[in-house]
Write a protein that binds this ligand. Structure first.
Ligand code: ADP
Length: 197
């Protein structure tokens, strides 16, 4: 089928869309254990950006796993497909001119490399929310660690499924060392020049 898909030459491209918005578009990808603080920090960064007049969208487990990816499990193959689809959606949103924030455990290095390939290295900012497992488990925001320890959840990252930590993330945040506000400042400092057209 693929060879019969011939792209149409549309008159409006990414440059036109970002010119209209007045800032560049890219993907902020938050990776880390469940409860590490990805969604909390992404939410605070998005609020800051919107206050500055930046056009954004946040992708997270709630809006993706319940819709687009509701046929996927947490098996290694399905986790890979989950991340691939999210990366493709994020890529379309970056093409649309948005600053996209994505908060997903995304435990496999190869999957995160794939995101970089899909959106392009210049549009990908990898943020490792590196909160120690003990602290994530102590927070147990959703009660999932207790369930995983009790053997009620299989394939739970950090307990009975692996997390492959990024070796060279663009930004690394340990939330036992940084407040949410400090994490936001750190991220904003990093992306300030990236936003400018
Ligand atoms: P994730 O999206 O990584 O699963 P969440 O953001 O849902 O994690 O949960 C992180 C929890 O940790 C929240 O309850 C948040 O209030 C708490 N928390 C405490 N300190 C911090 C911090 N410095 N940064 C981010 N979250 C923090």
């Amino acid at each position: 089928m693929q060879e019969n898909i011939i792209p149409h030459q549309f008159s409006i491209n990414k440059e036109d869309r970002t010119a209209l918005k007045g800032h560049r578009s890219f993907l902020l990808w938050f990776t880390g254990l469940s409860g590490s603080g990805k969604s909390t920090i992404a939410n605070a960064v998005e609020k800051y950006l919107v206050d500055q007049g930046i056009h954004t969208y946040t992708l997270d487990g709630d809006n993706v796993r319940k819709g687009l990816n509701n046929n996927l499990t947490f098996s290694p193959e399905d986790r890979t497909e989950n991340i691939r689809r999210i990366a493709e959606v994020a890529n379309l949103m970056v093409d649309a001119g948005l600053v996209v924030l994505a908060a997903f455990v995304s435990p496999y290095k190869v999957d995160r490399e794939n995101i970089r390939n899909i959106v392009g290295a210049e549009s990908f900012v990898e943020i490792f929310v590196n909160t120690p497992l003990e602290e994530c488990e102590r927070r147990d925001v959703k009660g999932l660690y207790a369930k995983a320890r009790a053997g009620e959840i299989l394939n739970f990252t950090g307990i009975n499924a692996p997390y492959e930590a990024p070796e060279h993330p663009d930004i690394e945040i340990d939330t036992t060392q940084y407040t949410v506000e400090e994490a936001v400042s750190e991220i904003v400092k990093h992306i300030k020049t990236k936003l400018v057209k």
